[in-house]
Design a protein around this ligand. Structure first.
Ligand SMILES: *Cc1c(COP(=O)(O)O)cnc(C)c1O
Length: 227
């Protein structure tokens, strides 16, 4: 078991190091996909306050162990038939990618009398295989989401295309920040543009330079994913 203990200490140290290095005002969401509940618990003990889950099953496995010591962000693609479940399990949905999705969430939130903070996901690279709103549609959709009573728009999230060289991600972060600023400048009633979630293991430093105040990091903490 010593090897197991050693691994856990390593995870904690990895998370602590990132927490120490992030500039003031930048939050770490630990991207937990594919990790065991025990691994996630380990980084929570390091002082991490936000866990990002791509899959409801992963969250269902980890939440009983960890509970409300942290806030849970949904960062995956939310299938329509899982909206209800997600509303009851998460503190923020970072990946709203259509008005229809927001409207369905609104119905469930109204039923539960629960306000859900959300981010709009921007497909900043306009990649066919990726989810997210096209940059051209984002402002109009934000204005519509603003009218929903139980959905609180609080910012934007983007993945951007994957590159070996994080510098190549920069234009996509800049583009997303532009949209963020545009929506913020409209000062729409009911919208509070506070969070810009961009950057992962490979790209988070560039993302912070371009205005991210949430970074979502997995492999730099847990090691390479095994699949
Ligand atoms: C997996 C994932 C991350 C983290 O990626 P790493 O490269 O492992 O840091 C961030 N955001 C989303 C949406 C993810 O799916």
């Amino acid at each position: 078991m010593t090897e197991h203990r050693g691994m856990n200490v390593q995870l904690r140290q990895n998370a602590q190091k990132i927490l120490e290095e992030l500039p003031q005002g930048v939050d770490l969401v630990v991207a937990a996909k594919g990790r065991s509940p025990q691994e996630v618990q380990e980084v929570v003990e390091a002082g991490v306050g936000l866990i990002g889950e791509n899959y409801l099953q992963d969250a269902q496995a980890a939440q009983p162990l960890i509970g409300d010591r942290v806030k849970w962000h949904f960062i995956g693609h939310l299938q329509r038939n899982k909206i209800k479940k997600a509303i009851s399990m998460f503190d923020m949905i970072e990946t709203v990618d259509s008005l229809e999705m927001a409207r369905e969430m609104e119905q469930e939130c109204a039923r539960l009398a629960r306000v859900m903070p959300v981010l709009i996901e921007i497909n900043s690279g306009e990649e066919a295989q990726k989810f997210g709103l096209s940059p051209d549609d984002a402002v109009a959709v934000a204005q519509e989401i603003a009218r929903l009573e139980w959905i609180k728009l609080m910012g934007l999230m983007t993945m951007g295309p994957r590159f070996g060289d994080p510098e190549e991600s920069r234009p996509y972060f800049v583009k997303t920040k532009d949209i963020f600023d545009k929506i913020k400048a409209l000062d729409v009633l009911g919208v509070e543009m506070r969070y810009l979630s961009m950057g992962m293991t490979n790209s988070y430093k560039v993302a912070i330079e371009e205005g991210a105040n949430i970074v979502r990091i997995g492999s730099k903490i847990f090691g390479e994913r095994k699949y």
